[in-house]
Write a protein that binds this ligand. Structure first.
Ligand code: HSE
Length: 436
């Protein structure tokens, strides 16, 4: 019998406990697929007394994550504690320095300290697998790192945050308020402990920085990502998008441009006919535009115990098989530095919504200011809202425009001029359009 892979797990929350269950339930399949058994030999968590419904007999309860990471009886250290600092970080460093392989679901740690950890893994020969950190059950890390190792990539974009997609879907389909949808996302356990991390786009930015590194060979850099969240999106925007043939999604986009790699996270209008527009609720999706091949879209559960455990166990299986890929798909020394691409340079179509003062010449003024910046209008809708009795309301009129491709700089200049003309009230809404 080939020796088992001996696994130590730090963190027995919903994901950690599910990983223990899956390894036990799938023992025969895993042994057959890996050619050797996978055995959990040590675990640790904050509370030993907590009821988890797990049979931990025969498994060592270690006094700390570090104790497991340095235990000579453990071959593979599985970190499921979370957080970019202590105790997860030092324990992973210790395990890698001891030549062990590490499996983690910790996107914050990989986004912030991935390079240092990858260098340690490279130096000491262990694997550093983190499939669950992005899109949970969706095997996107493996797809980029291994499946597309021979393919140049031009763009990768996706819905990487289930909480935001859940909120936007329910606002669109049920006309609910942002606050009500967020409260439900928290109740259902999709949102991070601090939900601002989800709704302000930072969770997506961390995941995007990891995908961009794998796709373009850049150093993982969260600070090189332009970030906008979904707080400004209103039911009016979702209705207008629907009327115009679009849906609004919070996308993470990393794209190769003539001026370098652009990484951005923002609410985005996508054509209703695109694959990504069909993705509803808490589901995640990633589309990869590879050179010479049609786009690949991966869709699946981006959060939850079963989805995350699925990816964690697959990563452990790779260690059991003796498969080791460089954590970011190439040696750390070959990764290129990247800085934030100025958003003013971004080029694409735009959705603009303004509340126009209701007097003659307003629409002409707006059109003139756009024309001065060479912005061509694809469609324009000016609709006085209904009073509720079939008659139009008086007062400001929403004007909604879709532009052809232009630059962000031109849009900002045009809107500044429109505001200075005092023909609109409040701030204009601006949503970028991403074509498939
Ligand atoms: N809060 C994250 C989400 C969980 O909503 O997608 C998975 O990273």
């Amino acid at each position: 019998m080939v020796a088992p892979l001996k696994v130590g797990i730090a963190g027995l929350g919903t994901v950690g406990a599910e990983v223990v269950r899956v390894i036990e339930r799938q023992a025969a399949t895993l042994t057959a697929r890996c050619g050797r058994p996978i055995k959990v030999v040590a675990v640790t968590a904050r509370s030993k007394a907590k009821k988890r419904g797990l049979d931990l007999r025969g498994i060592d309860w270690a006094k700390s994550p570090l104790a497991i990471a340095t235990d000579p009886n453990v071959d593979c250290f599985v970190e499921l504690i979370g957080g970019a600092g202590d105790p997860a970080g030092p324990a992973i460093e210790a395990a890698l320095a001891a030549g062990k392989s590490v499996v983690t679901a910790n996107k914050a740690l990989i986004a912030k300290h991935g390079l240092k950890l990858a260098a340690l893994a490279e130096k000491h020969g262990g694997a550093l697998n983190y499939e669950a950190a992005v899109g949970a059950a969706i095997p996107v890390i493996k797809t980029l790192r291994e499946g597309l190792a021979g393919t140049g990539i031009d763009r990768i974009y996706g819905i990487l945050n289930g909480t935001c997609n859940y909120i936007l879907t329910r606002m669109e389909q049920e006309g609910l308020s942002f606050e009500a949808c967020l409260a439900d996302a928290q109740r259902l356990g999709y949102a991070e402990a601090d939900p601002t991390f989800d709704i302000d786009g930072h969770d997506t930015a961390q995941k995007l920085s990891i995908l961009a590194s794998l796709a373009f060979g850049t150093k993982v850099s969260e600070s090189a990502v332009y970030v906008e969240g979904i707080r400004s999106i209103t039911p009016e925007d979702l209705r207008a998008a629907d009327d115009l043939g679009y849906r609004v999604k919070l996308l993470g986009v990393a794209v190769r441009t003539a001026k370098g790699i652009e990484q951005r996270v923002h609410p985005t209008m996508v054509p209703k006919t695109s694959s990504i527009a069909q993705v509803m609720g808490v589901t995640n999706a990633v589309t990869i535009d590879g050179q010479g091949i049609p786009p690949i879209t991966l869709v699946g559960a981006g959060a939850g115990a079963a989805a995350t455990a699925s990816a964690v166990v697959a990563d452990i299986a790779d260690v059991a098989r003796g498969i080791r890929a460089e954590p970011f798909g190439r040696p750390v020394a070959g990764l290129k530095a990247i800085s934030k691409a100025p958003m003013e340079r971004h080029e694409g179509g735009y959705y603009l919504r303004m509340l126009a003062r209701d007097h003659a010449g307003t629409a002409a003024t707006i059109a003139t200011r756009l024309a001065e910046q060479d912005i061509s209008i694809e469609s324009i809708v000016q609709r006085q809202p209904d009073r509720g009795d079939g008659k139009a309301k008086s007062g400001p009129v929403p004007v909604i425009l879709i532009t052809y491709a232009t630059s962000e700089d031109a849009v900002r200049r045009a809107l500044k001029a429109v505001q200075a003309d005092k023909v609109i009230s409040g701030r204009p809404q601006v949503i970028r359009i991403e074509k498939n």
